[in-house]
Design a protein around this ligand. Structure first.
Ligand SMILES: N[C@@H](CCC(=O)N[C@@H](CS)C(=O)NCC(=O)O)C(=O)O
Length: 222
């Protein structure tokens, strides 16, 4: 209908978090969206802002133009690829890199991401066990496990991008996740291929804009 405009996507986002992956997807695909800022302290099971959308209280959480809710970066990434024609950052069915894409997309969200879920707020899982330091142990063990996972990924990826010549959403995950523990210096020393992907994306105009909005001063200064 003339004059009728559909609602934009509404992205619930927290500075520096995985919501940056969705933000970059919308930016690169040139899809209009609005941001609802959720402070880190209001994420998690008790989140006021996210309670009605996502029982995990996690970002990204997304409200689609239809009013439906979508959570999970992998779902959002594939949804954007499905709905924006010509936006080819997910190798489509039949593409020679499709199988590798699917493997590593799922690996990143099902193996690597949970090391943060359990390590970020370990007291949630083991209680405030100051006597035995269980929270500290869980944080350390998930951290060490994550390093081993990254070293495994490093052995399997190609260059210049994760999937070789094919740029994909996986590279954006690498950009975001290398900013988190153990951090860029560790990647530079231990996983140079992953580090190079992240550095290449630091210079992308959409990534720069998202980094600035997320107040990632160490990136925006370079
Ligand atoms: N599997 C989810 C993980 C999202 C996630 O863990 N987001 C973090 C921020 S980077 C979060 O909201 N953490 C708060 C919590 O789990 O309590 C995805 O891929 O979107």
């Amino acid at each position: 209908m003339k004059g009728k405009r559909s609602k934009p996507y509404k992205l619930y986002a927290t500075n520096g978090c995985g919501s940056m992956i969705a933000e970059i997807a919308f930016g690169m695909a040139k899809v209009p969206f609005e941001i609802v800022d959720v402070p880190w302290e209001d994420t998690g099971w008790k989140s006021k802002a996210l309670k009605k959308l996502n029982p995990l209280g996690q970002v990204p959480s997304l409200v689609l133009p239809t009013g439906d809710v979508m959570t999970e970066t992998a779902a959002i990434v594939m949804h954007v690829a499905d709905t924006v024609s010509g936006f080819d950052w997910v190798p489509p069915a039949g593409h020679p890199s499709r199988a590798a894409y699917l493997r590593w997309q799922i690996f990143l969200v099902s193996a690597v991401y949970p090391t943060f879920t359990y390590g970020d707020v370990p007291e949630r899982w083991v209680g405030e066990d100051h006597e035995h330091g269980a929270g500290k142990l869980l944080r350390v063990s998930t951290h060490e496990h994550r390093k081993a996972l990254w070293q495994f990924v490093e052995k399997h990826i190609d260059s210049p991008w994760f999937l070789g010549d094919t740029f994909s959403a996986l590279d954006v995950y690498i950009w975001a996740m290398t900013l988190w523990r153990p951090g860029r210096d560790w990647f530079k020393a231990e996983c140079p291929k992953l580090h190079k992907i992240a550095m290449r994306l630091d210079g992308h105009p959409v990534v720069k804009k998202v980094a600035a909005r997320n107040k990632l001063y160490s990136i925006t200064a370079t």
